[in-house]
Design a protein around this ligand. Structure first.
Ligand code: DAK
Length: 257
């Protein structure tokens, strides 16, 4: 593992996965996501692990999918890359996953946190789906999970303006479980993980499965719809311009083409 760090027993029966691309604010490239999928599959099978915590660093949980790796892709390139199979596998993890978030959780980073089962945030955390600013839309469940978490009006605001919200606001809207001072966010996540680890692992797995079932059928349809529209944005000149402008550190000029 190069882009993540896995500690199998950070606490008894609690594993920790740390995203480890600090210079790129933990931007999620395919290699990182594949390492994450492999780690989660291993930990899910490991009898000594009951709960998994995923974290970044104090500055960034993850600032999104890697724009530099996506900028030149066509809709068909994105389709053939099939990165969604990695994300789908993450979604199938049976053990509970807690995201411990500090700093930026943006785009794919916010989607990764929402794919986890619970979110503990530091007071400095910032959540957002800024894809619209680079000419695309969320592609890893943001339009579905954010809407379920915060409601239609707030999801529209965040996804159509690309605005960030603070940890406090995210808590108000029910996106995160708890907000704590920065020196406490990991401790708090482990505290919750240890509490869950004391319960029957069978009951925990069945409880998680049942809660997810409450929106999974709708989620499958919603995700399929989002994916088609996400691929479609890669057929636009605005996607090329939006991502190029990010890399060149300038404001994009969108033409609606
Ligand atoms: N991708 C690539 N590099 C990134 C990045 C990203 N998302 N975010 C930051 N970086 C890089 C910056 O380019 C910079 O690199 P250098 O210039 O030093 O080489 C370095 O990280 C530090 O960033 P900044 O200099 O920009 O730091 P600041 O503190 O000034 O600003 C910021 C922090 C987070 C506000 C800013 O970096 C920013 O706006 N970042 C982009 C946020 C964003 O737009 N995120 C959404 C990306 S689109 C999919 C799954 C998921 C997705 C799509 C498909 N499939 C399964 C197919 C998701 C899409 C997205 O997330």
């Amino acid at each position: 593992m190069e882009l993540i760090k896995v500690t199998e027993q950070h606490e008894p029966q609690v594993a920790l996965i740390e995203l480890n691309r600090p210079k790129e604010l933990n931007a999620l490239n395919p290699q990182l996501m594949q390492e994450m999928r492999d780690a989660l599959m291993d930990l899910d099978k490991n009898e000594n692990v009951r709960v998994i915590v995923i974290t970044g660093n104090e500055k960034a949980f993850a600032a999104g999918a890697d724009i530099k790796q996506m900028s030149d892709k066509s809709a068909i390139d994105m389709l053939l890359l099939d990165q969604f199979s990695t994300w789908d596998q993450i979604r199938k993890t049976k053990k509970p996953i807690i995201a411990a978030v500090s700093g930026f959780a943006l785009g794919g980073g916010c989607e990764l946190a929402m794919t986890c089962d619970m979110i503990i945030a530091s007071e400095t955390a910032k959540f957002g789906q800024p894809e619209i600013k680079i000419g695309v839309i969320p592609g890893a469940g943001g339009t579905q999970r954010l809407t379920k978490a915060v409601g239609k009006a707030k999801a529209m605001e965040l996804i159509l303006t690309g605005r960030f919200i603070s940890a406090e606001e995210a808590h108000f809207y029910g996106l995160v479980n708890k907000v704590v001072p920065i020196e406490m966010y990991l401790k708090e996540a482990f505290q919750m993980a240890k509490e869950i680890a004391q319960m029957s692992p069978i009951a925990v797995q069945l409880g998680k499965e049942a809660i997810n079932r409450s929106f999974e059928t709708q989620l499958d349809e919603g995700l399929a719809f989002e994916r088609k529209n996400f691929y479609m944005t890669f057929a636009s000149e605005d996607q090329k311009e939006g991502m190029k402008a990010f890399i060149e550190k300038r404001a994009p000029v969108f033409k609606g083409k």
